[in-house]
Design a protein around this ligand. Structure first.
Ligand code: ZN
Length: 175
């Protein structure tokens, strides 16, 4: 395994991963349509079954209502430690430090994301938005032993456009 400070190289999502990432984009779109931010995530067990999915729910004012955090807590309550370690969490946007910490604390396995935190931060900056209150650290800066895949280049346009819409930027165009 990879020790502290020696994170696994970040790999590209596989074609099987893209199926789950597309569902995360659908969830992100639903969240945006509901007045929340466009993030959606789900957890897949060792058998390949989607066990739980959630969306961003910060529209009510609680900015810790991230789907990746909800998934970590769901997994802690509903999956045995070995099942959690063998599970994969798919998400439209890379885990923030809060969610990466929760993911690691409950012993979950691989993370696969569409857009990285760095990409999202760069888009926000382009659009003149203030930076998020938490640094856009990569997952492995918080949780060095978690295997990570992303970004998914094939799906970046779509998530970029959802975030542009969320930011009130129109017409959204990738640069
Ligand atoms: Zn988060």
């Amino acid at each position: 395994m990879y020790g502290r400070g020696m994170s696994a190289p970040i790999t590209a999502p596989s074609s099987a991963d893209l199926v789950h990432l597309r569902r995360c984009l659908t969830l992100a779109r639903e969240a945006l349509d509901d007045g929340d931010e466009p993030f959606g995530s789900l957890i897949v067990d060792e058998s390949g079954d989607v066990r739980y999915a959630d969306v961003n729910r910060v529209g009510g004012g609680d900015h810790t209502r991230h789907p990746e955090f909800a998934i970590a807590r769901w997994a802690a309550e509903n999956m045995a430690p070995q099942q959690r370690a063998a599970a994969t969490v798919y998400t439209s946007g890379e885990h923030c430090p809060m969610c990466a910490a929760a993911h690691a604390w409950v012993g979950l396995g691989r993370i696969v994301y569409v857009a990285s935190s760095q990409q999202l931060a760069a888009w926000r900056e382009q659009w003149g938005l203030p930076p998020a209150p938490v640094l856009p650290l990569p997952v492995n800066a918080v949780a060095p032993d978690v295997p990570v895949s992303g970004p998914a280049d094939e799906l970046l346009d779509e998530i970029h456009d959802l975030h542009a819409r969320s930011a009130g930027i129109a017409p959204p165009r990738m640069e």
